[in-house]
Design a protein around this ligand. Structure first.
Ligand SMILES: Nc1ncnc2c1ncn2[C@@H]1O[C@H](COP(=O)(O)OP(=O)(O)O)[C@@H](O)[C@H]1O
Ligand SMILES: [Mg+2]
Length: 289
């Protein structure tokens, strides 16, 4: 078990008898693969992948998050400050190379506190991408899908944290996923959404069955008039494609990040419901009750 600076997020000896970990077994018959792709960096891809994984895991689903961005690996978000060292751990690159069994690369998050249920915890699994996963060369567009096939039956939801560029690995993710949700920020243009929708069309032409569930407006302030205007424009142009629930800019997100925990397990996060309502809307759009 890894230990982090917030000892109470982990099952320590003292707490062993009190804390009840959840996520014991798969709930859904079919596994759902989902990603939050964008061509740009800093729009909230990793934030959404991690926090949506946390809400699913909190609800008892078995979740795996696959890192496909070597610039900022999601495993380091939740295992920073622990004895986990990505440079000395097996990664997705080795799995794709056929060098190791996928199970040997998978790591567990610490046991996070369930919101409002102090004695229960949840966790999810993560697969670190590895060095230069962004540009992994392969003739097989289904290389990633083939690799995760072996563990598919162990998870309800597999979430892919994508990299910003139009790299090879983003294409492998689009070839693997059932659903994509595109995050945009206040600086975003319609062009950036169209580009990623174009990438999805290309993936479909190559045999993917990916479906875009919509566009998430992230990191908008409640008071900036430009943000308000942008939101109106997006809704005018894209209609129901835009998620009803906006994720506003909130310090709970950055603070939870700093403590390496999902927002819903960070005390301050309990006052920030945007991500929770987004999760409910996401589940509805995915057809998960
Ligand atoms: N709604 C939000 N409120 C506050 N900070 C946010 C929000 N969304 C993202 N951030 C912060 O912005 C930065 C970039 O987000 P990240 O998810 O890493 O983007 P990407 O993965 O698309 O590059 C991170 O520091 C993250 O904590
Ligand atoms: Mg990222």
């Amino acid at each position: 078990m890894f230990t982090n600076i917030l000892g109470h997020h982990i099952i320590g000896n003292k707490e062993k008898t009190k804390i009840i970990p959840t996520n014991k077994g798969k709930i859904m018959e079919n596994t759902i693969h989902i990603c939050f792709p964008a061509r740009k960096g800093g729009v909230g891809k990793t934030m959404l992948a991690g926090n949506m994984a946390a809400y699913f895991a909190n609800d008892g689903y078995r979740v795996l998050v696959v890192g496909t961005d070597s610039q900022e690996d999601i495993t380091e978000t939740y295992l920073a400050g622990t004895d986990f060292d990505i440079d000395n751990h097996h990664t997705l690159v080795e799995v794709l190379n056929g060098e190791i069994d996928i199970h040997d690369a998978i790591v567990k998050t610490p046991e996070f506190k369930k919101p409002r249920k102090k004695l229960q915890t949840y966790s999810f699994d993560m697969l670190p991408g590895g060095s230069d996963i962004n540009h992994y060369p392969s003739d097989n567009l289904f290389v990633l899908r083939d690799a995760v096939e072996k563990v598919k039956s162990e998870y309800d939801i597999i979430i892919y944290d994508t990299c910003p560029s139009d790299s090879e690995s983003s294409m492998y993710v689009l070839m693997t996923c059932d659903y994509a949700v595109v995050p945009v920020t206040n600086q975003a243009s319609f062009k950036s959404v169209n580009t990623i929708l174009g990438d999805m069309e290309l993936a479909k032409e190559c045999g993917s069955h990916i479906e875009c569930l919509g566009v998430i407006l992230n990191n908008l302030t409640r008071i900036n008039l430009l943000d308000k205007r942008n939101e109106e424009l997006f809704r005018e142009m894209l209609g129901d494609m835009v998620f009803k629930n906006v994720v506003h800019r909130c310090t709970a997100v950055t603070n939870a990040d700093a403590y390496n925990v999902p927002v819903c397990s960070f005390n301050e996060g309990e006052r920030f419901d945007d991500l929770y309502y987004l999760y409910l809307e996401l589940k509805k759009r995915m057809g998960v009750i």
